[in-house]
Ligand binder design. Structure first.
Ligand SMILES: *Cc1c(COP(=O)(O)O)cnc(C)c1O
Length: 467
């Protein structure tokens, strides 16, 4: 396939930026508009809905309030957070003109690019908000986990900005495979610990039981929560799944919609990769507002790896958010808190569960489709995109690219001129090991069998009358 097309030139705007003062002043809380709220998160001890008072020992108070907020449709973005956003927002909305040309598709493809900051992904949008509320509360430190490393990097930047100490439990396989991520975090002053570690009870137990463990996000979460509740002036922060994170990430969709309004276009299809669901929740926010108000809406597609298929093959059930079973119970699509994802799947989409908001919207048909894609075809899409559009995508983002390409090719076959919007959540500069494996032909796809999934499902707690 030639990357060069007819030379009539680029007659349409390639990048659309909002002006700096057009960056949203408020986040959108989709939960206030959902006809069916997600089932409440429960205290596993009492099986009663968690209260702010119960969340406070773990989370910053203001974030605990955001987590449980079902009424305020819009929340003000604090001025200090907007000041920080200025360093890298607004992010561009880009017409994938060169990709369209290579595909010879009549579809118009747009992407919202969130990789233009040192953390390399959208995660900074929530990291800076969470650090801000911790500082406001007078806390001195935060703990968190990181899988592929983007969240830990984003949190280290945010904590550095607000002068907070940060401990990052990094899933061991990434710790070993992504030494440069570690270096960036340390450069911003964070302490980085390979998980499972011997610094927590949960970690020591894991290491005793599974000495060869590569770690998992679920275990790293348990460790970070334990470290937070056992240290003075310290709370825990999470980079996805939670309602507060989707709230902060709504800035992506609000900006995307404002930019598309400027161009006078509206997406027919909106595509986002889904790990814990935060970028998808963020990108679709302003458009989901349209759907829930029964105006218009794109077809929403969530894309997940075939190796960790929580939406397409998981159960919609109450489960722990972590492997150590120390977190509240959330009703979500889950593969079971004990599900051990394949270490050979690149990137950060390996969480066993899915955001309760995304889960509920999917369950109710407001998210139209979930699609699982295999790693080989994801990297094929990543390579084509990199060659056409000049940006090396993060492997996570490439899941969305895969489906955007497939939809554009379907348009080519049918002759339909659909408008496609997808989230390019990050760049792939720290994922070169995966690209190297793809280039060498040594990359493998791992798709769990039904028996593999059954082992995970067996770890979903069975509380009487709950499921
Ligand atoms: C973390 C991450 C994701 C997946 O997380 P979500 O919460 O599902 O958005 C996707 N892309 C990149 C680049 C990431 O860093």
């Amino acid at each position: 396939m030639s990357m060069r097309g007819p030379s009539e030139g680029l007659a349409i705007p390639y990048k659309t930026y909002l002006a700096e003062d057009e960056v949203p002043r408020q986040w959108y809380n989709v939960r206030a508009d959902m006809s069916q709220d997600h089932a409440p998160i429960l205290n596993p001890g009492t099986l009663k809905p968690m209260t702010v008072a119960e969340l406070e020992p773990v989370f910053c108070t203001e974030l605990a309030k955001q987590e449980l907020n079902t009424t305020d449709r819009y929340l003000d973005i604090p001025q200090e957070v907007r000041d920080f956003y200025k360093m890298y927002r607004p992010s561009p909305l880009i017409r994938a003109y060169y990709l369209e040309r290579a595909l010879e598709t009549p579809a118009r493809i747009y992407y919202k690019y969130e990789g233009n900051n040192t953390s390399g992904s959208h995660k900074l949008n929530s990291a800076i908000a969470q650090a801000y509320y911790a500082k406001e509360q007078g806390l001195t430190g935060l703990t968190t986990e990181t899988g592929a490393g983007q969240w830990g990097t984003a949190m280290s930047m945010a904590c550095c900005y607000f002068d907070l100490a940060l401990k990052v439990y990094m899933v061991k396989v990434s710790y070993d495979q992504k030494p440069y991520r570690k270096t960036v975090m340390q450069t911003y002053g964070a302490e980085v610990i390979a998980s499972p570690s011997d610094t927590t009870q949960v970690g020591r137990k894991m290491r005793a039981e599974f000495p060869d463990s590569n770690g998992s996000l679920g275990t790293a979460i348990s460790e970070a929560v334990e470290a937070a509740v056992t240290s003075e002036g310290t709370r825990y922060v999470l980079g996805s799944v939670l309602n507060q994170v989707l709230l902060h990430q709504s800035v992506i969709g609000l900006e995307a919609k404002a930019a598309m309004d400027k161009l006078g276009v509206y997406p027919d299809i909106l595509i986002g990769c889904a790990g814990g669901g935060s970028n998808l929740g963020g990108l679709m926010s302003a458009f989901m507002e349209d759907r829930l108000a029964k105006r218009r809406a794109p077809r929403f597609i969530a894309v997940e790896p075939a190796s960790c298929p929580s939406l397409t093959r998981g159960r919609f059930a109450y489960d722990f958010c972590d492997t150590g079973q120390v977190t509240p119970l959330a009703k979500m699509y889950t593969l079971g808190n004990g599900f051990m994802p394949s270490p050979n799947h690149a990137g950060g989409l390996r969480y066993h569960g899915m955001s309760p908001i995304i889960s509920q919207l999917y369950h109710d048909g407001h998210i139209d489709e979930a699609r699982a894609v295999e790693q080989g075809s994801v990297f094929e899409a990543a390579e084509l995109f990199a060659r056409c559009e000049g940006t090396l995508p993060a492997p996570e983002s490439a899941h969305a690219i895969r489906v955007a390409i497939d939809e554009a090719l379907a348009c080519k076959a049918s002759g339909e001129e659909k408008t496609i919007l997808f989230g390019l959540t990050g760049n792939g500069y720290f994922d070169l090991l995966a690209y190297q494996q793809y280039n060498e032909g040594s990359m493998s796809d791992f798709i769990p069998t039904d028996a593999d999934l059954a082992r995970g499902f067996a770890t979903i707690p069975a509380f009487e009358g709950l499921q």
